[in-house]
Design a protein around this ligand. Structure first.
Ligand SMILES: [Zn+2]
Length: 70
């Protein structure tokens, strides 16, 4: 028989804003996960980034059409 070591889980230790580099509380993270289409210029790559609230506000301030708020 073989006994296997327990695989380390990929648990998040902390979140860091990709734009400003500051640490973010888990409940305030704006996360993007995007798998680009095979026919896009990124050819099926998966892109991921996290933003803090301040950087999120700066991003949406650049939108031509305001976001929808419930
Ligand atoms: Zn930030």
């Amino acid at each position: 028989m073989r006994q296997y070591k327990k695989e380390e889980t990929k648990a998040v230790e902390k979140y860091i804003c990709n734009k400003c580099g500051k640490e973010i509380l888990e409940e305030d993270v704006f996360s993007v996960d995007k798998r680009w289409n095979y026919f896009s210029n990124k050819d099926n790559e998966v892109h991921h980034f996290d933003l803090c609230e301040k950087c999120y506000d700066e991003l949406i301030a650049t939108f031509q059409i305001p976001i929808e708020i419930e």
